[in-house]
Structures are given as C-alpha cells and as structure tokens.
Design a protein. Structure first.
Length: 343
C-alpha cells in the first residue's frame, strides 16, 4: 500500500512535489485542492486523478468522507497554512505543510494542538533534512569532526526584480505577488529564504539560539517592499558560545554557508537552493550525487506513516514552531534595535 496524498494549492512548488510523488515508492498523488477549475482539469488529466478526489477551497472539508485520501500536503501561501492544516486535521488526515510553518508563533501552536487533538501527524516540508550534503554538514557539526564549531555564516537571497527599475508600481494584492503581501506571507525574505539559514545554523550546531540582534537592509524599491523587508541581516547566539551571522534578500543573489571550528572549517556554495551543492572542508571536497529531494522527503515521511510510526522531531510541527520563535525574535530585534532573548 502507498499513502494517498492530496496536494492543496497547485502553484510552482506543488509542481515539483507532484513530480517527486510521481516517482515515489511510498506515496501516490491521489487528490488535489485548487480554486482554479482550469488547473483542476489539467492536473486531473496529467496525473489521472479521479473526479471524486478533486476539491476546491470551499468544499475541502468534505474530504473527511473520502477514505481514498490519507494525507494532505499544504502548498499555499504562508498565511493560509494554518487554516488548511487545521481543516485537514479536523478531517482526520495527516498533514504536511510547507515552510515557513505559519505566520506567527501562536498560529504554529494552534496547528500543533489541532493535529494532536485529532490524532494526526504534522510535518513541515524541510526538504534539506533528507539531502546527503546537508546530512554530512549536520554530522560534521554535531559530531564535532573538526572540533567545536565557533562561528557560522549563512546567506540566501534571490534577485526578484530589476534593481534599476524602481518606478513600476507593484500590486501587492495580485495573487502572484503574495510574497510581498504581509498578510499572506507573514514577512519578506526572512520567512521565505532566511529560514534556511536559521535551519542550517541550528542543525550544524544541534543547539537552539538564545538571543538575536538584527538589522533591516537598504530598501532599493519602496514600491515593491512597502509591507515586507527587502533584505535583513541577523546574528544568533547559541548556548555553547557559538555565533551565526546571516543575511537574506530579495534584491540580490547569494547562497552560501561557512562554519569554522577549532580544528578546521566546512563550507557550501551553492548551499541552500535546490542543488546540486558544492563545498569543501579544511581536508577535502564535499560533493554528493544529487537526489530528487521531493521524492526522498515524501518517501521517508510516508514510509513512517504507513508503519504507524511517529515522525522524527526534526521535521515535525515543533520544529516549525522553533524556527518561528527565532523569526519572531529577529523581526523584534530589527524593529527595536535591541538584542532579543529567546526563551
Ligand atoms: P505559488 O504562488 O507558486 O503557489 C501558491 C498557490 O496557492 C497558487 O496555486 C495559488 O493559486 C494558490 N492560492 C490559493 N489562495 C491564494 C491566495 N489567496 N493568494 C495567492 N495564492 C493563492 O507559491 P509557491 O512558490 O508554490 O509557494 C507555496 C508554498 O510553498 C509557500 O509556503 C512557500 O514558502 C513554499 N515553498 C517551499 C519550497 C521548498 O523548497 N520547500 C519552495 C518554494 C515554495
């Protein structure tokens, strides 16, 4: 048996997930949830999806009666994750939601509670937790292969507009521009991309940050970035004394990771995008054959669900909540100019 998955939201990332599921050993794309009838028809034909497994955002709750769907994967704008995770839980379906888990710490807590109350499991789409290069980075850091890690640098940014054109007015209510709309995105590149820098710092050290400082970067396009930041830098302090210096932006391209330890270093560039990744340690090159991350992620999660096993902490709802607490503290630090402690 395979887990029968319904993808909720059929945007750009859902397409990558669908291709991963198509070749997966432990799951099958059985259903879709979309607000666009034309997309429903297209996906129905492409993935051979039965009409009875196609929902829209209004009739979605009827999925409770559909025994042919075991799991819902929410791939909607961040601000809609909470609603659809809770609706999936109420329908008795296991649920995966994309990163960032939600817009606020409170929302994450409500999502975790709803899944626990309805006895379904919740996972966050942290694809890098299954990628060999990243598993090696985690091992090098947590097993102290080069001694204690003292300092990390990590940045992820994409140039999302023409920096010379500062006059075009962007309609932040345009559905395609939901990342610029605070209600739908929860914030700017920190929510979308910077979360990967937080993640890699946390899994390299195997520790949780205890305090952060942060600074917003230059706003080159005030029309585009009227609600969300264009760039932000932040610093994290960890209990061992290690620190991390990170940056994320929608105004320039950057994708790197560097960790220095007592007896060496390890680094990746590119580090956090879809790969392939390339890097080195103070001793050798770091390069692993690329994998289809979405397939591996879905296989690992669905295999455990089929065996009725608990999903591991590093991809569970609690992990999403931890990142959200850090993100929350970073915004507070940037807003106030003060160092913010994380309890
Ligand atoms: P997208 O804009 O391509 O897709 C969003 C989908 O949501 C669209 O199909 C859109 O029609 C639908 N939608 C429903 N209600 C909407 C509304 N009110 N406003 C706007 N769109 C609405 O976005 P995406 O890049 O696919 O991102 C979706 C989620 O996936 C986000 O949470 C994002 O952070 C996450 N994501 C994760 C990765 C990853 O590598 N894990 C990569 C990309 C995106």
């Amino acid at each position: 048996k395979k887990m029968n998955v319904a993808l909720c939201g059929l945007g750009i990332y859902a397409k990558l997930l669908a291709e991963g599921i198509r070749v997966s050993e432990y799951c099958h794309l059985a259903g879709i949830v979309t607000g666009t009838p034309a997309k429903a028809a297209e996906w129905k034909a492409k993935y051979n999806i039965p009409e009875k497994n196609i929902y829209n955002y209004e009739n979605f709750d009827e999925i409770i009666n559909n025994k042919d769907i075991d799991l819902v994967y929410v791939v909607l704008p961040n601000g809609l994750h909470k609603e659809f995770v809770i609706r999936s839980a109420k329908a008795g379906k296991h649920v995966i939601t994309e990163k960032p888990m939600a817009n606020t710490v409170k929302d994450c807590e409500e999502m975790i509670k709803a899944c626990a109350d309805h006895k379904v499991q919740l996972a966050i789409g942290y694809r890098l937790h299954y990628e060999p290069t990243h598993l090696e980075i985690k091992r090098l850091g947590q097993e102290k292969v080069f001694g204690k890690v003292r300092y990390i640098e990590s940045s992820l940014g994409y140039k999302t507009y023409d920096t010379l054109d500062t006059t075009t007015i962007v309609d932040i209510n345009d559905r395609n521009e939901w990342r610029l709309n605070k209600k739908l995105s929860g914030g700017g590149p920190l929510m979308d991309l910077g979360i990967y820098c937080i993640q890699i710092s946390r899994y390299t050290l195997g520790e949780e940050p205890i305090a952060v400082t942060a600074q917003y970067g230059t706003v080159n396009n005030k029309n585009r970035f009227s609600e969300t930041e264009e760039s932000i830098s932040w610093q994290m302090e960890f209990p061992s004394g290690a620190t991390a210096n990170c940056n994320t932006s929608c105004g320039y391209n950057i994708d790197r990771f560097y960790a220095t330890a007592d007896e060496g270093f390890f680094e990746l560039s590119p580090a956090l995008s879809y790969g392939p990744y390339e890097g080195r340690t103070s001793q050798k090159q770091l390069k692993f054959p690329p994998i289809l991350q979405q397939k591996t992620q879905m296989d690992e999660i669905c295999k455990l669900l089929l065996e009725n096993k608990k999903l591991p902490n590093h991809i569970a709802g609690e992990e999403g909540l931890k990142d959200m607490k850090v993100i929350n503290a970073i915004y507070k630090a940037a807003d106030t100019g003060k160092k913010i402690s994380i309890s």
